[in-house]
Design a protein. Sequence first.
Length: 215
Amino acid sequence: MEGGARGPGRREPSLPGRKSRRPTGRRDPGVSRPLVAILTGAGISTDSGIPDYRGPRGLWTLHPEYEKLVTFEYYMTDREIRCRSWQMRRQTHALAPAPNAAHRAIAELDQSGAVALRVITQNTDGLHQQAGLPARKVLELHGTSRSVVCTECGARTSLDDAFARIDAGEPDPPCVECGLAELFSVSCGAAGNCGAGGYYKDASGHFQAFVVSAA
């Protein structure tokens, strides 16, 4: 919910896990600012040094076999794929990608107070939050690549801890509790993250404008 006083009749989309309200498709009289959603994808992060997948210089365009590294079925059944996937993540992390002008512009729009802003992103890099956008205003449709969760027992650990184990000689670090560990990022083919799809469908009736990033 936006900070500040809540005017009479004010409505905002419910967060995942919160009881939803009936979408109206109309702006409520008590809302002083329009509720705007910005949809972003891989293209917005390319200027931060993170390659997209299907663009002219995309990761899958140049290396079609790399698609397996982020495909859930391959990841879970092939140890070599997991090892290569961890190395790809390690290399991307080492680049220390930072928010670019597009991420900062979105955060500045939110900080201006001109609109009540939400970002719905396909990205898992967390750059919207690093740019200054509050985490509660970012819906990560595919999860996050900034933490690690065991696919068997749900135990969590930090990404830095996982990379430290890789650097110490564990190319496919298992869960310290029970078994396999995978970055908590919903891979292609895996189930949806935290009810995000339902949130997106419910929220669409509340927004006055959707902006699709073409970056």
